[in-house]
Design a protein around this ligand. Structure first.
Ligand SMILES: [Ca+2]
Ligand SMILES: [Ca+2]
Length: 96
């Protein structure tokens, strides 16, 4: 068991480093983004899934086009990225 300790520590540190490396950056505008995201996420599970996206997006706008990490849903970071890219004014002017 004593010989496994360095290996377990290395695995833990490696997992932490990978998580940090692939974690999205912090929101640039957390207040407006969170307010908008909460409105777009009616079930409140913290992700906009394909069904929620289809109900609220323009026809012909595939989720895959805006799903930056390809996990099949939108996170607050991806919603902020989308609005800052497509229509930054809407991020701040959207009805709450
Ligand atoms: Ca949701
Ligand atoms: Ca995603």
């Amino acid at each position: 068991m004593r010989q496994l300790a360095p290996l377990l520590l290395a695995l833990a540190l490696g997992g932490w480093a990978l998580q940090r490396a692939f974690a999205p950056p912090p929101l640039r505008y957390p207040g407006p983004t969170t307010a908008l995201f909460d409105r777009l996420d009616p079930n409140g599970d913290g992700r906009i899934d394909a069904e929620e996206y289809a109900r609220q997006s323009p026809p012909g706008s595939p989720l895959s086009a805006v799903d930056a990490d390809g996990d099949g849903a939108l996170s607050p970071w991806e919603v902020e990225l989308l609005y800052l890219t497509v229509d930054p004014v809407w991020l701040f002017a959207a009805p709450r």
